[in-house]
Write a protein of this length. Sequence first.
Lengths: 565, 446
Amino acid sequence: MGDAANTPAEAERYAIGISFGNSCSSIARISPEGKAEVIANEEGDRQIPSILSYIDGEEYHGTQAKAQLIRNGTNTVAYFRDFLGKEFKSIDPTPCHQSAHPQQKDATVAFTVRDTASETPNTITVSEITTRHFQRLRRSATDFLGKDVNAAVITVPTDFTDAQREALVASAKAAGLDVLQLIHEPVAAVMAYDARPEATVTDKLVVVADFGGTRSDVAVVASRGGMYTILATAHDYELGGATLDQIIIDHFAKEFMKKHKTDPRENARGLAKLKLECEATRKALSLSSNAQLSIESLVDGVDYGSTVNRTRFELLAGKVFSQFTGLIEQVVKKAELDVLDIDEVIFSGGASHTPKLASLASNIFPETTKILAPASSTTAINPSELSARGAAFQASLVQEFEHEDIEQSIHPMVTVTPHLTKAIGVEFTSQTETTFQPLLGAETALPARRIAQYFAPKEGGDVLVRVCEGAREIKVTKPEPKAKEDKPAADEDDSDFDSEDEEEEDIREIVWKTEKPVAELAVKGVKADGKIEVMVHVNPDLGLQIAVREVGSQNAVRGAVNGSA
Amino acid sequence: MATPQVVNISLPSLPQGWAGEKDFKIVGALSGATKRNVEPVGPHFLAHARRSRHNRTFSEDERLQAQNSVKKTEVEEDDDISEDEDPMMLNREAKDWKGQDHYAVLGLKKYRWRATPEQIKRAHRKKVLRHHPDKKAAQGKGDENDSFFKCIQKATDLLLDPTRRRQFDSVDENADVDPPTKKLTGSKFYKGWGPVFVAEGRFSNKQPVPTLGDENSTQDHVETFYNFWYNVDSWRTFEYLDEDVPDDDVSRDQKRHVEKKNANARRKRKTEDVVRLRELVDECLASDERIKKFRQQARAGKDAKRLAKEEELRKAKEAKENAKAAEEKAKKDAEEAAKADREKNKKAKEAAKNASKKNKRILKGSVKDVNYFAAAGEPSAAEIDGVLTDVDLIMAKIDVDELAVLAEKLTIAGKDGAAVKTAWTGEAQRLVEAGKLKAGEAKVFA
C-alpha cells in the first residue's frame, strides 16, 4: 500500500459500563436495539462477585472464587473496592475477616496471597488486585461481544475521593480499559430508568436507596429537564446485605445449637459455610415466602438442613429494616425536604430485592410517590443492574467523544451552575382563591427553559399571565377527634396494622403559595376556548425572558427581566 | 424539554385598569441562586455542556443540531449514478450481449470493477425506471422495442453473479490502462506506470496490492512492489471469450471438439497473459530510476565506509606523528633552556662575585676612609687590627644581599666617621638579633 496508508488505523473504541462494587461487579452495554443489557460472564452470572482466589498459581474469579472462601480463605481477596486509593489507617477491614487480610504496604493497602505455584506468598497491592479484577471483567465482556472492549464508564460512590478515583482510573488503565468517565452510582441508577425508551423527561425529586452487600448509600437527586443534581447523601458503612445475612446466620446457629450443643459460628470453616448458604437463603426469601438451607458437614461432620419463612425473617430483622428506612428519612431531612416532595424512590443494590424494604418505604412516602423496587412495581428494573445499565448508557453517549472533549465537558466550569432557590410558576386568581402552578421547580440548573400551555377563560377576551416565585408549604390538617381515641390502641399493635394507623394520622399535603411576583403580561383579545403558551427562559444571571402567545395565532407578548448579577 | 406541558387550569382575565408598556410589566426580580454541581451524565447534560462550551442559547443549539443531522443524510445520497447514454448503445440488440460493455449499459463506467453490488443494484433500478418498455409505451413511443431493457437485465444478471462478473472483468479492455510507450523519466514515470499496475492489480487474489509509489519511496517499499508483481497470483480467466458450445442437436464429437478448442484457447491466453505481465514488469523495472538510485546509495554507503576507515587510519597515523614531533620538540626545548639557564647562572654568579668583591672593597675601604675610627692622627696597629677583625667577622657572617645593603649604607655615609660607625654597629646588632653573631663577639661595633 501507499506510504500514507501504511500508518495503522487507531483501534476502534468499544466502551461498556462497569459497576464496580465491594461485593459484586456488573458489566453492561447498549445493545444495537438501544436497550441496556447486562452481560453475563462465562459462568452465566450477571452479578459477578468482586473476589479473586488463587490455588496453585491458578486464578479464580467471581462465583468460583467466592466458593473458595470456605477452604482457601487466606488466598482469596474479597471486598477490596473501598480499600483502593486509601491509606491503611483509614480502612475498615471488617468485611475481610474471612478472606485475605489487608496489610500496610508503603502508602497503600496490600494483601499477601500465594498467587503463584510456589510456596512463598506474594504481597499484592490493592491496585494490582483491582487491575486483575478488571482484566477478568474485560475478558468476559470481550468474549461475550466478540469485539475488543477497550474503554469503560465506571460507577463510583458519591463519597469517592480524588485519590480513590485516580487509583481506580490507573488500575483500569493497567487492565487495558480506557476510563472515559467516572459517574456517581445514584445518578447512574436514575439514568438507567430515564434511558428507557418509554421514559419521558419530567422534573422530579428522586431518592436513590442503594443497599449493597456491605454498605448502604442513599442520595436525593433532583432531576430537572434531564439534568441531575445531587442534593444530599447519607452513608452507612456497616449496613447492607451482610447485616441481614447475619440475622439468618444467628437464627440458624441458634437452631443448630439447640440440637447439637455446639456453635457453628465458633468454627471458622463452619461460619464460612453458614455465611455462604445463609446469603443464598436470604436471596431466596426475597423471591419466595419460604427458603431452605442445607449444609453438609457444618461442624464435626454433622449435616444440617432447615427452612425459614419470610415472616419469621422479617420479624427478626425488624430492627435492621428500621435502620434502612431511618437512613432514607435522614437523607430527606438533610436535603431540607419533606417526604411529600419526593416523586420517586429508586431501589438499587442487591439488598433492595428484599420485599419488606419496599413496603416499609411505601409507608414513609405518600401514595403519589412511585416506589421503584421489584417487590412493589412490576416495571422496576432489577436493582442489582441499575448502576451498570446507567454506566452503559453513559458509555454509549460518550464513546465517540475525544478524551479532551469529555474532560472539557465535565470541567467544573461547565458542571457548576447556579440553581434556582425558589420555584417559578404562574399564578391563577379566581373569585374564590389564588393558586400557584409551578413551572420551574426549585433546584433547577440554570440556564433553563420551560414551556407550558394554559387554558384561557371560557369566554375569551383579555388574559393576565402573572409569573411569580412560589414557595411550597406543608399543610397539616388535624384528623377527626374520634381517631385520637383509637390511637393508643393502635400503637400497641404490630406493624401489620400499619395501614390502619395511617388513616388516623394527620393529613399532610403540599400547598403552593405565591411569594414574590416577578412579571405580569397581558394577552389581549384571546378567542374563546383558546390556549395560552407561556415560555420562561431563565439565564444563569437570574435574568428572565418570558414569551406568551396564544396557540394558533400571531397574538404574542414578550419581555425580559434583567438579572441581578 | 421543548415540548410544552399542558396544564388544565384557566388563566385569569385581565383586571380592570391594568396597564403595562407593550403589555409587559416587571414587578420584581428573582431571589438568589445557589451554586451546585450538576452531575455530568445523560444526554441532557451533554446538550447543556455543548451549549455552555460554545456559548449557544437553547434555540441556536437546536438549530445547529438539526443542521448537522441534515448534512449527514445528504452525504449518503451524494454518490449517485448519472452518466450520459450513448445513442449507439441504446440501439444494441440483446442477442449480442457478449459484445456489450455491461458497465456502460448500467452507467457505471467510472466505477467498473470497483462498483459494489449495492451500486450495481441501485444503477439497475435507475435504468429500469427509465427504460422499462411499459414506460415507453405510456410515453407514446410505440415502437415496442425493449431490446435495451433486455441489455440492462443481461448486464445486471451478469454483474451480480460474482463468477460471471469476474469472467467479464477479466476481458474488460476498457478497464485496462495501457503502459506508456516510450521511456519516461522523473515524475512522469510514476504518473505513467502507477495506474497501469492499479488496473492490473484488480486480478490479484492477494489484496491490497502494493502501489508503485513515488521517487521518495523506501527501498523496502520498492522491493515489495516488484516482488509482488513477479510472484503475482492472478485469477484472470478467459472463459468469456469462449466460442459458444453448440446445442445438443449437433453431434457429441463436435461439441467435444469445441470444448477442447475453448480449453486450449483459454490456456493459451492465460500463458500469454502471464508472459505479457512479466514483460510489463520487466519493462517498468528497467526504466525505474529508483533501482539505480538504491544501487548507487548502496555503493556510496560502501565507499563511504571504506573512506571513513581510511580516513580514520590516516588520522591515527597523523596523530601519532604529531605526538612524536611534539615530544622531540619539547625535549630539544628543554635542553636548550637548561643550557641557557646554566650560562645565565654562570654570568649571574660572576656578576655577584664581582659585586660582592666590590662591596667587600667598599666595606674594607669604609673603615680605612674614616681612619679606623681613630679620634685623631694615625691609628694604632691594635686599633686597626680590632676594627679589621670585626669587619672580617661581620663580612664572613652576612650574605651577598645584606652585603650590598650595607655597602650602600656605607657609601652614603662616605667619610663621616660617626655615620660609618652607626652603620656598622647597626649591622652588628642586626646580626646579633638574627642569632648569627654572638653578643660581644664584635668588639668595636658592639
